[in-house]
Design a protein around this ligand. Structure first.
Ligand SMILES: [Zn+2]
Length: 359
């Protein structure tokens, strides 16, 4: 199993890897559709062949049009979702929201625009800025990186140059067709930026259904957006909440805790996380909040002893943050999840330290 932060980097920058590693990890997923209310569906996607995870997609059907939250990582899976939406309704998708800039939530944008030409693609203004900065390069580099990975695997080596074991070679031969298909898919991928930005909020009536889009503060990224359906009491959280282990490879834990507190004020009985199964109460939201808050408080206690973090390194502080009391609450006795939890908390302390240093 590979470290969670490597997986996280791949999610962000598409550093292609070996799918058996993903298959061995607990983040490997199958497609699953959950009906949340009449005309509201959450879609969890299967993992892609290169081991990348696809963000969840939520479909909200109104009397006039459809509102979709996030377009996932692989355009082919976005097209699968579009075909499914067309089975559910003959109304067009009028709005697509990108909850944040990570490409596992917006690579499918163009597929939606091709299918629904009058579509508006919504993002918080910071998310559009980050997407414009990062996504074109991601998309340009991806086919070359995938081609290099495939070439190495065909020579019996990992992308890092290690010779594959016989067992790994067998697994590689099974996954190569899928990887080649994905490489072809990335060659034709086109960057599609958001077309409609907002700062704090945007309320949209899609026909007898009110959709509220909100930026409740920074957390996982500078421009995190959430969606709230007041009548149905459904909250779609993006990667501010990832179930069962948070993604903390970047973000602002002190502000994240506050943003989660703001989120908790909303009267919600169903919560769709950015990845993983749908939640049916706020217990997990509070747990993630408490984890962030505890990290920040312990770090601040240490900083008050040693002085401004700008004069210190991560090594000077990380031993002072103890999050073991949260380990079982997140991971139970699942060994894979425990390993993911440990990687996640190491990253959490790191990003909390750099957030503190920038204050
Ligand atoms: Zn994500």
């Amino acid at each position: 199993m590979i470290p969670a932060h490597d997986r996280a980097l791949r999610r962000l920058f598409l550093l292609p890897i070996l799918v058996w590693m993903a298959a061995a990890s607990s983040s490997f997923a199958e497609r699953q559709v959950t009906k949340l209310a009449e005309g509201v569906y959450a879609i969890q996607h299967k993992s892609s062949n290169d081991g990348n995870v696809n963000g969840n997609t939520t479909v909200i059907i109104g009397d006039r049009e459809v509102f979709v939250v996030d377009s996932c990582y692989l355009p082919s899976l976005a097209r699968e979702d579009i075909a499914q939406i067309r089975q559910w309704t003959n109304k067009p998708v009028g709005y697509l929201l990108n909850t944040h800039f990570h490409n596992d939530h917006n690579n499918g944008n163009r597929a939606y625009l091709d299918a629904f030409p009058s579509l508006a693609i919504i993002a918080q203004e910071e998310t559009k800025k980050d997407m414009d900065l990062i996504q074109p390069g991601n998309i340009q580099r991806a086919p070359k990186q995938m081609a290099e990975t495939i070439a190495a695997l065909k020579e019996g080596k990992t992308p890092g140059g290690r010779t594959l074991t016989e067992d790994e070679k067998k697994q590689v031969s099974e996954m190569l067709p899928g990887l080649e298909q994905e490489e072809a898919e990335f060659k034709t991928m086109v960057y599609q930026p958001p077309t409609l930005t907002f700062v704090d909020k945007l309320d949209i009536d899609i026909g007898n259904r009110e959709v509220q889009v909100k930026h409740l503060g920074r957390g996982n990224t500078p421009g995190d957006a959430i969606v709230y359906l007041p009548k149905e009491k459904i909250l779609i959280a993006g990667d501010l909440l990832v179930n069962p282990i948070p993604y903390t490879f970047d973000g602002y834990p002190a502000e994240w805790a506050q943003t989660l507190q703001n989120m908790a004020q909303l009267d919600a009985t169903t919560i769709v996380p950015g990845h993983g199964p749908v939640l049916h109460d706020k217990a997990y939201l509070y747990l993630v909040h408490d984890l962030m808050k505890s990290t920040v408080n312990q770090l601040r206690a240490r900083i008050s002893q040693i002085g401004h973090p700008g004069f210190h390194s991560l090594d000077d502080v990380k031993g002072s943050v103890d999050l073991t009391s949260f380990r079982t609450k997140f991971a139970g006795d699942d060994k894979d999840l425990q390993a993911e939890f440990d990687d996640m908390t190491a990253h959490l302390v790191k990003i909390a330290f750099s957030e503190a240093a920038q204050r």
